[in-house]
Design a protein around this ligand. Structure first.
Ligand SMILES: C[S@@+](CC[C@H](N)C(=O)[O-])C[C@H]1O[C@@H](n2cnc3c(N)ncnc32)[C@H](O)[C@@H]1O
Length: 320
């Protein structure tokens, strides 16, 4: 196994157990990140396997590609059986259809990777002073700073309420609009201190800036829109085998790891719909969550939930 001590993929063993990779299969990893899950899966696929990696972040994608190539085809570093696609996973289905690739496993481990949040220049953390950027794709169309400085007060309040579930959203938006009249809000530390000045922090509760930062990150990267597009393409194509667009093999396993209820809810609903229509079976009847030990080692894993379905058809690949 390719160990990278700096990176512990969340729910790693559960992902491997439940996706149950078999030699010669194809994995589409929608969120390559640092390649932790994908490299371990690649080891089980053997040289006839195929791995397609998506990521918006070119640095992560390159790192993941390198790990996966070493795991899948160590003797053929240029193998055409590894594809690294710098794109939004909303495009996974159309990419696969265009390239004639059908997945036996689809994995989406949502959100961001630790090096992204640890790099102050990405502006993702209220704990580190940096530019108010927050884009996972460094060339994405809009930064968090542009949203904070250009949306009107009502739009800002709605965004912070909807994606941050911040009950003080109106107060935060009013304060942001007042402050930006003095000078544009262009740094994470200034944003955090403005938000904290109007969001009381009860002892033992989360930092007052947490929810507003989450909301801006989700909006900047259109995270819920991308997830809904991916789920839509799974709903549309599960149980179908027709040519021209089908990107999922019969028996394909689909796994999603979410980190908050705004992500988990659409996954739960989409999977339940596909199962109710008799086009898949639930591999996880309840979401799998990290053991205490993993939560202690990796605090970010605390909110993780893994849901897996197995599409009908195919032979007995995957767990039930
Ligand atoms: C939690 S990390 C994935 C970690 C990975 N599973 C591993 O084992 O290393 C999430 C990754 O997904 C990427 N990402 C987030 N949203 C995306 C989207 N809509 N399309 C493509 N990549 C996305 C982020 O840039 C980040 O690298």
């Amino acid at each position: 196994m390719d160990h990278d001590p700096a990176h512990i993929p969340v729910l790693h063993h559960a992902v491997l157990d439940l996706l149950a990779p078999r030699p010669g299969e194809t994995l589409i990893d929608c969120t390559a990140g640092l390649g932790g899950h994908a490299a371990s899966i690649a080891e089980r696929l053997g040289s006839d396997g195929r791995v397609v990696l998506f990521d918006l972040d070119p640095g992560n994608l390159a790192r993941a590609e390198d790990r996966v190539r070493r795991a899948l085809c160590p003797d053929d570093p240029k193998s055409a059986r590894v594809h690294a696609v710098r794109a939004n996973f909303a495009q996974a289905a159309s990419w696969a259809a265009q390239h004639g690739v059908r997945a036996d496993m689809v994995l989406a481990d949502l959100g961001f990777a630790s090096p992204q949040v640890d790099d102050p220049e990405r502006g993702l953390s209220f704990k580190r002073p940096g530019p108010l950027d927050m884009r996972l794709d460094p060339e994405g169309p809009v930064t968090a700073g542009e949203l904070v400085n250009t949306l009107d007060e009502r739009e800002l309040a709605d965004l912070i309420f909807r994606y941050g579930e911040e009950r003080h959203a109106r107060r935060v938006a009013a304060k942001l609009v007042a402050e930006r009249r003095e000078a544009p809000i262009s740094s994470t530390d200034r944003l955090a201190s403005i938000v904290r000045s109007v969001v009381p922090r009860a002892p033992g509760s989360i930092d007052g800036a947490t929810r507003t930062f989450q909301a801006l990150r989700i909006a900047t990267n259109d995270e819920i829109g991308s997830l809904e597009a991916l789920l839509g393409s799974i709903e549309r194509w599960s149980g179908r085998t027709d040519e021209g667009g089908c990107w999922l093999n019969p028996g394909a396993r689909v796994a999603v790891i979410s980190f908050h209820s705004l992500e988990d809810r659409p996954v739960k609903q989409a999977f339940a719909g596909i199962v109710a229509e008799g086009r898949a079976r639930a591999v996880t009847r309840k979401p799998v969550v990290p053991e205490d030990d993993e939560q202690r080692r990796n605090p970010r894993s605390r909110s993780a939930k893994l849901r897996v379905i197995r599409l009908d058809g195919g032979d007995a690949g995957g767990n039930d």
